[in-house]
Design a protein around this ligand. Sequence first.
Ligand SMILES: Cc1cc2nc3c(=O)[nH]c(=O)nc-3n(C[C@H](O)[C@H](O)[C@H](O)COP(=O)(O)OP(=O)(O)OC[C@H]3O[C@@H](n4cnc5c(N)ncnc54)[C@H](O)[C@@H]3O)c2cc1C
Length: 502
Amino acid sequence: MADVARVAVVGAGLGGLAAAARLAALGHDVTVLERSDRIGGKLGLLSVDGHSFDTGPSLVTLPSVYRDLFAATGGPLEESLDLVRLDPAVAYRFADGTQLAFPGEPAAVPAALDAALGAGAGAQWSALMARAERMWQVSEGPFLRAPLAGAATLARLARRPADVATVAPWQSLRGLGRRYLGDPRLRTLLDRYATYSGSDPRKAPAVLATVAHAEQAHGSWYVRGGLHRLARAVADRAVEHGAVLRTGCPVRRIVLAGGRAAGVELADGEVLAADVVVSDADAAALYADLVPPAPTAAPRRALARTTPSLSGFVLLLGLRGRTPGLAHHTVLFPADYDAEFDAVFGTGRHAGAPQPVADPTVYVSAPDDPALRPDEDSESWFVLVNAPRHEPGRGVDWNAPGLAASYADRVLDVMAGRGLDVRDRVRTRVVRTPADLERDTGSVGGSIYGTSSNGARAAFLRPANASPVPGLFLVGGSAHPGGGLPLVTLSAEIVAGLVGPA
Ligand SMILES: Cc1cc2nc3c(=O)[nH]c(=O)nc-3n(C[C@H](O)[C@H](O)[C@H](O)COP(=O)(O)OP(=O)(O)OC[C@H]3O[C@@H](n4cnc5c(N)ncnc54)[C@H](O)[C@@H]3O)c2cc1C
């Protein structure tokens, strides 16, 4: 595109903000329209009783992706944000009582695994990580950093038979784990990476082992002051380049003229003319509600063949006192991980009837950060368990009276049973269910990552960044290449490339 385009961005999640920053830096005339009264979307912040909490992401991976974004839009990331590398990356506790502090530095991983799980565990994991690194090399450029282009993308990926064998598209993540990992605790570790895209390891493709590789090789990071600062810093970049951010502006529909995107209509009837519309709204909501059905039949059909990603049940806990020896991230595994995926997706023993997980994996993020606590003798914890989506009538109705509070009690009991008993230290407790996530961010059913990676074809059914409507582009976690902060940031890079400079 040679001329300055008027760009309307729908939604100020990280995807929308990163697209706005890049497109404004390319010289376009950008307006961001956010329906809620704050920016960040899932990358949100909540402050209660002097405690502050990131309400969504708590882990930053692939920092080079954000460094690229900041370099492309002005000064280096470090001028805006203080990224801290975590070590250990995660403290794991398994159902048999084994504790494993997973090192933040890759060189230390094999010895830590041998020490915690027994001799040979480190070598098994290293062999798997070597394979995952090869998968990463094969898939990163042609898949993660390029627009999804149907058969052309497949052809790009399948150019060399050796690459296809490396990625093994027919194999599940669980299957890959069985091949490389003899220790069931290591297999549980690997399975967990399926949940980074909201998926079931029994159905997600083996190539998701790249998530484990990327995290291990490039580190687990925290943004001092809270991850929400990433959203603020990207928003600042957009504004520095002239973008206008408008909150409290729900977009009611995308306006089409002559078959092209021609602007957006807000809920109050105001119409903003635009040459390009970039939607950061959940793709399922975009295609269901914001654009007419006829020109978008193909992506709607594709979406109907996907499994939505799982959601999350969140407890934000303001605690009195400090927990000695607590890592930044702790994961408490249950005895039966498969029961969790059956409950969340309504499969196996819960066929057709998803339900809150009775004995869930519990993830605790407890940043040691003075910016997030009222005084030195308190802590602000983010606690997350995987949860089925909000689907009243068909699945779980998270608004059912009493459910949220009783399930929150249940999660606290599970934590206590696994050695983290904070029940008598709770000063503040905020419960956020999948229904809250849907209400606050517009993600359908509260799915965290758009569509899941369940199934070998899932990645190719995810909505492409270029919609069938000329001038309408999709950014964010429900579009290609997928959910999670780094992929969302890459989606903005892809969209900026598709739109081009002014
Ligand atoms: C509990 C939780 C934990 C997570 N943990 C991690 C983690 O540790 N690491 C990680 O990398 N990722 C994590 N994620 C995922 C990550 O938060 C998301 O992938 C990412 O923030 C999504 O960004 P987005 O721009 O795609 O969408 P969103 O953040 O959902 O933003 C979409 C925005 O669009 C707005 N919008 C929607 N419809 C309209 C409309 N019609 N008009 C105007 N505005 C509209 C919404 O209000 C929202 O602000 C987590 C998410 C959650 C919920």
